[in-house]
Unconditional design. Structure first.
Ligand SMILES: [Zn+2]
Length: 115
């Protein structure tokens, strides 16, 4: 794992979870926090978030898994032969990923068509 890879993967994770929470959990109380991304004991970036408690747990869990990924280079979690996620977290995460992926895909399409 390189620091660039960790940083970009953390940013994607953060963006997807934030977007999912914004769109899906607007009636749930939010809490502010900061995800400090560490590489070799050094903080390489800080990602502020404003999400509900459930999403915060998921974000911190996923970040923890990402940071401790034993594989090098890290494969996409979807393609990993031996996923380290617990089943319930995996389910939540795949929901978030497909939802936000679709949202971002749609925005791209919209930009292409309605510029
Ligand atoms: Zn949420």
């Amino acid at each position: 794992m390189t620091s660039e890879k960790l940083q970009s993967d953390s940013q994607t994770l953060h963006r997807f979870i934030q977007l999912h929470c914004d769109k899906k959990h607007h009636d749930v109380p939010k809490k502010k926090g900061v995800l400090a991304v560490h590489f070799k004991e050094k903080c390489i970036c800080e990602l502020p978030y404003d999400i509900c408690e459930e999403c915060e747990i998921l974000l911190l869990y996923a970040y923890d898994r990402l940071q401790n990924c034993p594989r090098n280079p890290k494969p996409s979690c979807r393609k990993c032969p031996n996923p380290c996620y617990e089943k319930s977290m995996w389910k939540k995460m795949s929901k978030v990923m497909s939802f936000s992926g679709m949202q971002l895909g749609l925005t791209k399409v919209r930009k292409l068509f309605f510029k």
